[in-house]
Write a protein that binds this ligand. Structure first.
Ligand SMILES: [Zn+2]
Ligand SMILES: [Zn+2]
Length: 247
């Protein structure tokens, strides 16, 4: 055992001053032993939250009665605003580890193997098609020459021809107002509504797919969101049935 050293007040202050901003090295063995010994007594009196009972990512399965009780107890409870904001702040700068990305990609690949890749309106493929069309047309509206709020419009509509959906020759760059006029003339409002309303960027089929992805493959919200080109919050709402309740 080390002999206990006694420092003067002045010396201690100097030490703490010197230590400021410095990172601590690993704890020496004897310190670890002391800590584990002191914790032994603590464990008798209080239960540490989730002290090694569950592994990370473990999904707790409750009986229907327990779920009912939990739902009942939570009714009317609202997470305080500041806590929500604190959590959001923490998540904002979060980086996913390579391990997490690898795992979720594996989940996606399994899904693709069964159901095929998503090639809907908001798919990566579709977004890439749009930006290619806009770029090809010189980043300006082919009707009025505007350079802002540009869309790629399908000459032969999306719903009419599956093969031409991602054909560059079937696309034309239009600004938002020319695009709206075009669709108003065509009497086809469905496409416009889709662009104006972010929640209807998805079709019923997409929504069912999203729920299936979550249920069967446990793919995280952010991954599903990036896959369909919508925010993870929108995915959460779909899965919790806060939106699209009718299906
Ligand atoms: Zn269009
Ligand atoms: Zn225009």
């Amino acid at each position: 055992m080390k002999a206990k050293r006694v420092f003067s007040e002045e010396h201690r202050r100097k030490l703490s001053e010197a230590k400021k901003g410095k990172k601590r090295g690993p704890r020496p063995e004897w310190v670890k032993k002391k800590i584990s010994e002191s914790e032994k007594g603590v464990k008798k009196n209080c239960v540490k939250f989730n002290a090694g009972r569950f592994k990370k990512g473990h999904i707790v399965k409750h009986t229907p009665e327990t779920i009912k009780k939990i739902v009942e107890a939570r009714k009317g409870f609202k997470m305080p605003r500041e806590i929500v904001e604190r959590i959001a702040e923490k998540l904002r700068g979060r980086k996913r580890s390579e391990e997490t990305i690898r795992k979720t990609t594996e989940g996606l690949k399994k899904y693709w193997a069964i159901h095929g890749k998503y090639e809907g309106r908001r798919s990566r493929k579709s977004r890439e098609w749009s930006s290619k069309v806009i770029e090809r047309d010189g980043n300006k509206c082919t009707k009025c020459g505007a350079t802002e709020k540009l869309h790629a419009h399908h000459l032969i509509p999306w719903n009419e021809n599956k093969e031409l959906r991602f054909d560059l020759d079937n696309g034309i760059c239009l600004c938002i107002s020319c695009h709206m006029r075009k669709h108003a003339l065509n009497q086809d409002h469905s496409h416009l509504e889709g662009e104006k309303n972010s929640s209807s960027k998805l079709t019923e089929k997409d929504v069912l797919k999203i729920r299936k992805m979550r249920k069967m493959f446990k793919i995280p919200y952010w991954k599903i969101g990036s896959y369909f080109g919508v925010k993870q919050e929108a995915i959460r709402k779909i899965i919790k049935k806060e939106t699209w309740r009718h299906i």
